[in-house]
Design a protein around this ligand. Structure first.
Ligand code: NAP
Length: 295
């Protein structure tokens, strides 16, 4: 691996990620590769923060003047009352995974939305008011997908095993985006343009599983996006490819989200190709060492 281009010295900036546990995070690989490729004197570290230490950790971001902070499980909701402002996406989704220090204090963002929308755009998907989208799952990632798609005017069906959780998601989205077209469905019809898997079904080590409801027929008219990034090519994506559908991997969403944090903190365009290559290398290392699926 390439070494950072500058020694750590008095002007080194620090960014990082907090989580508990956090040692399997892939973010340091992505961000440090970006800093190195651009010759930035920045470092990105992983901080293991116990839930009861969260407030102190966020005070530390202010006190130490960190350049930016990512937030992963289990702190994405708990961090919200400790911040000064939220972007509309973070507020609607109810989860923050990226904190940017600004002149007005700490701003919470949800870069899952930005990562997903970038990955769809790069994958050739244009969402309009005519686009019918099926979202599988109703957790945090599904909330991000719903917000991003509804903001573009897409029409959403949410299919989930926990109807009550799905209804809460839909109600929250209607509060944030009152004109949004979103329904929780038990039975599925044909005609979806885009299917997004926002469940962990098919994720390593259960990569023989697929979340696709039996009623759904895949074909060349559909784009299938799987948020899972380990494996990069899930059973769902393989089936979609065989059926002639366009496919987008969760790796692209993860890289897009990392790139969004990089750009917000540094004010520079993210070197996405460098970040993707570092992520894929880290993922192959994690596969060899049996690591987890945490970002
Ligand atoms: P989450 O909050 O735990 O939500 C998971 C959703 O999947 C829930 O609706 C859950 O239903 C459903 N589910 C879980 N197991 C299921 C099963 N066996 N059959 C049917 N439904 C099932 O998780 P999340 O944070 O939204 O993450 C979901 C996936 O997205 C994970 O694989 C995660 O790694 C991935 N993700 C990827 C990115 C990226 O950048 N690529 C970013 C965020 C998340 P219940 O409510 O009934 O449990």
């Amino acid at each position: 691996m390439k070494q950072p281009s500058a020694e750590i010295d008095g002007s080194t900036r620090t960014a990082g990620v907090i989580g508990w546990p956090v040692e399997h995070t892939l973010s340091p690989a992505m961000h440090n590769a970006a800093y190195t490729s651009l010759g930035m004197n920045w470092r990105y570290l992983a901080f293991a923060v116990r839930p009861e230490r969260l407030a102190q950790a966020i005070a530390g971001v202010r006190g130490l003047g960190l350049a930016g902070l990512n937030v992963t499980i289990p702190h994405k909701e708990g961090v919200i009352p400790l911040l000064d402002s939220l972007t509309p996406a973070a507020r609607a989704i109810g989860a923050v995974n990226s904190i940017t220090p600004t002149e007005d204090g700490l701003e919470g963002e949800n870069t899952d939305v930005l990562g997903l929308m970038t990955s769809l755009q790069e994958g050739g998907v244009e969402i309009t008011t005519a686009t019918r989208v099926l979202i599988l799952g109703a957790g945090g990632a599904a909330r991000a997908a719903c917000f991003g798609v509804l903001e573009k005017g897409g029409r959403i069906s949410v299919y989930t095993r926990n109807r009550a959780r799905g209804e809460r998601l839909a109600a929250d989205m209607r509060t944030s985006l009152p004109s949004g077209d979103i329904a929780v469905v038990d039975s599925l019809t044909a005609g979806y343009d885009l299917i997004i898997n926002a469940t962990p079904v098919g994720m390593w080590p259960d990569q023989d599983a697929s979340p696709l409801p039996p009623a759904i027929q895949l074909g060349p008219q559909v784009t299938v996006m799987d948020m899972i990034y380990r494996p990069q090519e899930t059973k769902l994506l393989k089936a979609a490819q065989i059926a002639g559908a366009r496919t987008i991997s969760g790796v692209e969403m993860l890289v897009g989200g990392g790139g969004a944090s990089f750009a917000r903190w540094s004010g520079r365009k993210a070197p996405i190709d460098v970040m993707r290559a570092a992520l894929l290398q880290a993922l192959s290392g994690a596969a060899n060492h049996g690591g987890t699926n945490s970002a």
